[in-house]
Design a protein around this ligand. Structure first.
Ligand code: AMP
Length: 281
């Protein structure tokens, strides 16, 4: 496995892969890798001749300095896991190499920045969009792999790819979960033991809401039920619960055939912010 931090060196490797016509899969991450990330690597290894992964804790997508500072960093074990999963190239650039001192470029994703995650994390998606555009430009893969766990990020990346005409196939990978249903996340390790025991409620509430929808309860009634549940029964401090069209993330008021619906939730356990979503079908 090649570990590269220099951009020119990366360009050399990419040129070499392209000139030998080998297919290239790419998995962008912020490190502190768990089995969810590795599942993306496994998909890429199956579908491509070469797999590249990036580890870059992207400062422009953090809303607070303390969140950026506290974000877990575990380079040694990350590299071991990537090597074991047959990743070929790991790109780990320095912040100064990825960004100008004064950043002028500002991507605007319209309404996608104003709903759900965007509403509660202002500027987050501008940072995500900017870094993924930079990485796509440098790595120029045939396929790039993203987790459904971050559904809004996935929709945003598909928008970015379409609008900037990147010739990259975006592949969505299902959420990998712990035994109790909690979606794997690098942030889970920041939970206290007690909070970790209560965290399964995030996923369970989604499953319960989905069951109610399938039984014919209306969307407003299910939303009311979930909000009440979090207020009275749960240790999780609910930030939002939305029922949306999985394609464009616009709110839906009733279930119509042919629309793939996603149930999305975010909340705090102590200081740790967790998100999750499931599809209705
Ligand atoms: P991150 O390092 O958190 O920026 O995540 C890097 C990629 O891994 C993103 O595409 C995430 O959606 C994906 N990912 C994170 N957690 C999971 C999970 N539990 N299952 C599947 N993919 C995930």
């Amino acid at each position: 496995m090649e570990i590269i931090s220099d951009i020119q060196e990366l360009r050399g490797y990419i040129r070499n892969i392209k000139s030998s016509n080998r297919s290239l899969g790419f998995v962008p991450t912020m490190g502190a890798l768990h089995d969810g990330h590795i599942e993306l690597i496994r998909h890429s290894v199956r579908q491509n001749e070469i797999t590249a992964c990036s580890i870059f804790v992207n400062p422009t997508q953090f809303n607070s300095g303390s969140d950026l500072k506290n974000y877990p960093r575990e380079t040694d074990s990350d590299l071991e896991k990537l090597d074991a999963a047959n990743c070929d190239i790991v790109f780990m650039p320095a912040v100064e190499d990825m960004y100008e001192k004064h950043i002028l470029l500002n991507l605007d994703f319209g309404y996608l920045e104003e709903i759900m995650e965007g509403k509660f994390r202002p500027g987050h998606f501008k940072g995500v969009g900017l870094v993924v555009a930079k990485l796509f430009n440098l790595v120029n893969p045939d396929r790039a792999y993203f987790g459904r766990k971050d559904l809004q990020q996935l929709v945003l990346i598909k928008t970015l790819t379409r609008e900037l005409r990147f010739d990259i196939e975006i592949i969505a990978v299902d959420t990998v979960r712990e035994k109790d249903g909690l979606a794997m996340s690098s942030r889970n390790q920041l939970l206290s033991m007690e909070d970790r025991e209560n965290a399964h409620d995030l996923h369970e509430s989604l499953v319960e809401a989905r069951k109610k929808l399938k039984e014919g309860e209306t969307i407003p009634d299910v939303k009311k039920y979930i909000k009440n549940h979090f207020k009275s029964m749960s240790k999780i401090d609910l930030e939002y619960f939305e029922i949306v069209d999985a394609y464009d993330l616009k709110n839906v008021d009733e279930i119509s055939q042919g629309t793939n619906i996603a149930l999305c939730v975010a909340g705090y356990l102590g200081k740790v912010r967790l998100i999750d979503n499931i599809l209705l079908n």
